[in-house]
Design a protein around this ligand. Structure first.
Ligand SMILES: [Zn+2]
Length: 188
Protein backbone atom coordinates (compact mmCIF):
# COMPACT_ATOMS: atom_id res chain seq x y z
CA UNK A 1 0.00 0.00 0.00
CA UNK A 2 2.76 2.38 0.96
CA UNK A 3 4.69 1.57 -2.19
CA UNK A 4 1.65 2.13 -4.37
CA UNK A 5 0.99 5.51 -2.78
CA UNK A 6 4.58 6.51 -3.33
CA UNK A 7 4.35 5.37 -6.94
CA UNK A 8 1.25 7.48 -7.52
CA UNK A 9 2.85 10.51 -5.91
CA UNK A 10 5.94 10.16 -8.07
CA UNK A 11 3.85 9.77 -11.18
CA UNK A 12 1.73 12.79 -10.31
CA UNK A 13 4.86 14.81 -9.60
CA UNK A 14 6.36 13.82 -12.93
CA UNK A 15 3.19 14.65 -14.83
CA UNK A 16 2.96 18.05 -13.15
CA UNK A 17 6.60 18.73 -14.00
CA UNK A 18 6.06 17.77 -17.64
CA UNK A 19 2.95 19.95 -17.85
CA UNK A 20 4.84 22.90 -16.32
CA UNK A 21 7.74 22.41 -18.69
CA UNK A 22 5.44 22.38 -21.74
CA UNK A 23 3.59 25.44 -20.45
CA UNK A 24 6.86 27.26 -19.87
CA UNK A 25 8.17 26.34 -23.32
CA UNK A 26 4.95 27.60 -24.84
CA UNK A 27 5.10 30.87 -22.93
CA UNK A 28 8.74 31.73 -23.42
CA UNK A 29 9.63 33.34 -26.64
CA UNK A 30 13.34 33.88 -26.94
CA UNK A 31 14.69 37.41 -26.95
CA UNK A 32 16.60 38.58 -29.98
CA UNK A 33 20.26 37.65 -29.71
CA UNK A 34 21.89 41.06 -29.97
CA UNK A 35 25.34 39.60 -30.54
CA UNK A 36 24.44 38.36 -33.99
CA UNK A 37 23.96 41.08 -36.61
CA UNK A 38 20.49 41.23 -38.10
CA UNK A 39 20.12 40.93 -41.85
CA UNK A 40 19.49 44.26 -43.56
CA UNK A 41 18.36 42.93 -46.88
CA UNK A 42 16.90 39.85 -48.55
CA UNK A 43 19.12 36.79 -48.29
CA UNK A 44 21.09 36.33 -51.57
CA UNK A 45 19.44 32.96 -52.24
CA UNK A 46 15.97 34.46 -51.72
CA UNK A 47 16.88 37.30 -54.08
CA UNK A 48 17.96 34.78 -56.68
CA UNK A 49 14.78 32.71 -56.31
CA UNK A 50 12.64 35.85 -56.39
CA UNK A 51 14.16 36.78 -59.75
CA UNK A 52 13.64 33.23 -61.03
CA UNK A 53 10.01 33.37 -59.89
CA UNK A 54 9.39 36.58 -61.86
CA UNK A 55 11.15 35.09 -64.88
CA UNK A 56 9.40 31.71 -64.81
CA UNK A 57 5.98 33.29 -64.22
CA UNK A 58 6.60 35.58 -67.22
CA UNK A 59 7.43 32.44 -69.20
CA UNK A 60 3.86 31.29 -68.54
CA UNK A 61 2.46 34.65 -69.54
CA UNK A 62 1.95 35.83 -65.96
CA UNK A 63 3.31 39.17 -64.84
CA UNK A 64 3.91 39.60 -61.14
CA UNK A 65 5.17 42.33 -58.87
CA UNK A 66 7.07 41.81 -55.62
CA UNK A 67 5.30 44.13 -53.19
CA UNK A 68 7.47 43.44 -50.16
CA UNK A 69 10.73 41.77 -49.20
CA UNK A 70 13.03 42.62 -46.31
CA UNK A 71 11.24 44.41 -43.49
CA UNK A 72 12.91 45.93 -40.43
CA UNK A 73 11.52 45.31 -36.94
CA UNK A 74 9.99 48.80 -36.63
CA UNK A 75 8.31 48.50 -39.99
CA UNK A 76 6.95 45.11 -38.94
CA UNK A 77 5.59 46.59 -35.69
CA UNK A 78 3.87 49.37 -37.66
CA UNK A 79 2.33 46.77 -39.94
CA UNK A 80 1.18 44.74 -36.93
CA UNK A 81 -0.73 47.75 -35.61
CA UNK A 82 -2.66 48.00 -38.88
CA UNK A 83 -6.22 46.87 -38.12
CA UNK A 84 -5.45 46.93 -34.39
CA UNK A 85 -4.50 50.37 -33.04
CA UNK A 86 -4.44 51.96 -36.50
CA UNK A 87 -6.95 51.92 -39.37
CA UNK A 88 -7.32 49.24 -41.99
CA UNK A 89 -7.56 45.48 -42.08
CA UNK A 90 -5.29 43.15 -40.16
CA UNK A 91 -2.52 42.11 -42.54
CA UNK A 92 -0.19 40.20 -40.25
CA UNK A 93 -0.12 38.28 -37.00
CA UNK A 94 3.62 38.82 -36.59
CA UNK A 95 5.24 41.54 -34.53
CA UNK A 96 8.78 42.77 -35.13
CA UNK A 97 11.14 39.78 -35.00
CA UNK A 98 8.38 37.22 -35.57
CA UNK A 99 8.23 37.28 -39.35
CA UNK A 100 10.62 35.75 -41.87
CA UNK A 101 10.49 39.16 -43.58
CA UNK A 102 12.49 40.54 -40.63
CA UNK A 103 15.31 38.12 -41.39
CA UNK A 104 15.33 38.71 -45.15
CA UNK A 105 13.75 35.34 -45.89
CA UNK A 106 10.28 36.27 -47.21
CA UNK A 107 8.66 38.09 -50.08
CA UNK A 108 5.09 39.07 -50.97
CA UNK A 109 3.80 39.09 -54.51
CA UNK A 110 0.80 40.30 -56.48
CA UNK A 111 -0.33 39.79 -60.06
CA UNK A 112 -0.19 42.56 -62.63
CA UNK A 113 -3.06 42.98 -65.05
CA UNK A 114 -2.67 44.08 -68.67
CA UNK A 115 -2.69 47.72 -67.58
CA UNK A 116 0.10 47.04 -65.12
CA UNK A 117 -2.17 47.39 -62.11
CA UNK A 118 -1.50 45.16 -59.09
CA UNK A 119 -4.14 42.48 -58.51
CA UNK A 120 -4.86 40.34 -55.47
CA UNK A 121 -7.41 38.21 -57.28
CA UNK A 122 -6.93 34.49 -56.87
CA UNK A 123 -9.41 33.66 -59.65
CA UNK A 124 -7.74 35.91 -62.26
CA UNK A 125 -6.73 34.00 -65.39
CA UNK A 126 -4.81 36.54 -67.45
CA UNK A 127 -2.95 33.98 -69.57
CA UNK A 128 -6.23 32.26 -70.45
CA UNK A 129 -5.21 28.67 -69.72
CA UNK A 130 -8.24 28.03 -67.49
CA UNK A 131 -6.01 27.96 -64.40
CA UNK A 132 -5.76 30.55 -61.64
CA UNK A 133 -2.66 32.65 -62.32
CA UNK A 134 -2.18 33.05 -58.58
CA UNK A 135 -2.02 29.30 -58.01
CA UNK A 136 0.29 28.89 -61.01
CA UNK A 137 2.70 31.38 -59.44
CA UNK A 138 2.45 29.58 -56.10
CA UNK A 139 3.29 26.27 -57.81
CA UNK A 140 6.42 27.79 -59.38
CA UNK A 141 7.39 29.31 -56.03
CA UNK A 142 7.05 25.96 -54.27
CA UNK A 143 9.23 24.32 -56.92
CA UNK A 144 11.84 26.97 -56.17
CA UNK A 145 11.73 26.05 -52.49
CA UNK A 146 9.36 28.65 -51.06
CA UNK A 147 6.71 27.88 -48.44
CA UNK A 148 3.37 29.54 -49.15
CA UNK A 149 1.43 31.57 -46.58
CA UNK A 150 -1.79 30.27 -48.16
CA UNK A 151 -1.01 26.84 -46.72
CA UNK A 152 -1.03 28.09 -43.14
CA UNK A 153 -3.94 26.95 -41.05
CA UNK A 154 -4.02 29.72 -38.43
CA UNK A 155 -3.80 32.83 -40.61
CA UNK A 156 -3.78 32.53 -44.36
CA UNK A 157 -1.39 34.99 -46.00
CA UNK A 158 -1.93 34.41 -49.72
CA UNK A 159 0.68 36.84 -51.14
CA UNK A 160 3.37 35.56 -48.77
CA UNK A 161 6.30 33.30 -49.71
CA UNK A 162 9.13 32.41 -47.37
CA UNK A 163 12.30 30.34 -47.36
CA UNK A 164 13.12 28.82 -44.00
CA UNK A 165 16.38 26.91 -44.56
CA UNK A 166 15.18 24.58 -41.81
CA UNK A 167 15.19 27.40 -39.26
CA UNK A 168 12.26 28.36 -37.05
CA UNK A 169 11.58 31.95 -36.04
CA UNK A 170 12.92 31.08 -32.58
CA UNK A 171 16.15 29.75 -34.14
CA UNK A 172 16.51 33.04 -36.01
CA UNK A 173 15.82 35.06 -32.88
CA UNK A 174 18.44 33.07 -30.99
CA UNK A 175 20.95 34.13 -33.66
CA UNK A 176 21.03 31.17 -36.05
CA UNK A 177 21.33 32.20 -39.68
CA UNK A 178 21.08 30.35 -42.99
CA UNK A 179 24.37 29.76 -44.80
CA UNK A 180 25.58 32.75 -46.80
CA UNK A 181 23.82 35.22 -44.57
CA UNK A 182 26.94 36.90 -43.16
CA UNK A 183 27.55 38.02 -46.71
CA UNK A 184 24.29 39.98 -46.65
CA UNK A 185 25.10 41.52 -43.29
CA UNK A 186 28.64 42.57 -44.21
CA UNK A 187 27.48 44.24 -47.41
CA UNK A 188 25.59 46.83 -45.44
ZN1 LIG B 1 4.69 38.31 -46.28
Amino acid sequence: MKIKLLGNATLTFLLVMIALLLYFQFLTRPEINENVPLPQDLHPVVQEKRDLLIEQAAGKGIKIIITDGFRGFEEQDRLYEKGRSTEGQIVTHARGGESYHNFGLAIDFALLDRQGKALWDMSYDGNGNAKSDWIEVVAIAKDLGFEWGGDWSHFKDYPHLEMRFGLTINDLKRGKRPPGDSLTASQK
